[in-house]
Ligand binder design. Structure first.
Ligand SMILES: Cc1cc2nc3c(=O)[nH]c(=O)nc-3n(C[C@H](O)[C@H](O)[C@H](O)COP(=O)(O)O)c2cc1C
Length: 185
């Protein structure tokens, strides 16, 4: 099997990370992978925010916890109550991809960029996980000021966000659904 296929098959959502920060050249490789994703009519309609600052990571986590506790969803509220809860599993690097809502397919473009980053990370044996709650955070009142603090363009929406760091767990692939492919020849 070639290296690219091995990387695709080995990538898993990692939900426990070592505290040690990833190397600068590893971060740059992950980012380069992201911005080489395809985009509708090559708009590249994105802005990428990398957060590695502990205070800011804590602030984002606190805001997510508050949002989850007020969500009305008892499972989320219960989970977020615990002081040890980390929405990004204590990952040392958190990447937020925002996009221009006036672009043709910003949500798809930003999702493809994040998946490219996940695969680039896996090729370096770095773990990653999509973190959905943060994309909702920036539409709340508290989230709006945080968005400004993070330098995310005011007119952009946050479409995808992911945790990155050295893996502190191994995960196995969920079984694949069957009979979902129809090849017509
Ligand atoms: C759009 C999207 C949102 C997701 N949101 C979360 C999330 O908020 N937290 C989380 O731990 N995993 C999240 N995941 C990861 C999925 O749970 C995971 O991809 C799935 O269970 C399959 O596992 P695998 O990634 O190891 O193949 C998300 C994945 C996608 C594609």
């Amino acid at each position: 099997m070639n290296e690219t296929m091995k990387t695709i098959l080995n990538r898993r959502s990692i939900r426990a990370y070592k505290p040690e920060q990833i190397k600068e050249e590893e971060l740059q490789t992950i980012l380069e992978g992201g911005i080489y994703a395809p985009t509708a009519i090559n708009e590249q309609p994105w802005h990428i925010t990398v957060v590695q600052n502990k205070d800011l990571l804590d602030k984002i986590n606190r805001s997510c916890r508050e949002m989850m506790q007020k969500s009305g969803n008892s499972t989320f509220a219960e989970r977020a109550k615990s002081d040890s809860f980390s929405v990004f599993y204590n990952a040392p690097t958190f990447i937020i991809i925002s996009g221009d809502p006036k672009a043709i397919t910003p949500e798809i473009d930003c999702a493809l960029a994040l998946e490219n980053m996940f695969l680039a990370a896996e090729s370096l044996n770095i773990g990653s996980c999509w973190i959905h709650a943060v994309t909702q955070l920036f539409s709340t009142e508290e989230g709006k000021s945080l968005k400004q603090e993070l330098g995310i363009p005011a007119e952009y929406n946050t479409y995808s966000a992911g945790a990155f760091g050295y893996k502190a767990m191994e995960a196995t692939a969920p079984t694949r659904k069957e009979n979902i492919i129809n090849i017509i020849r």
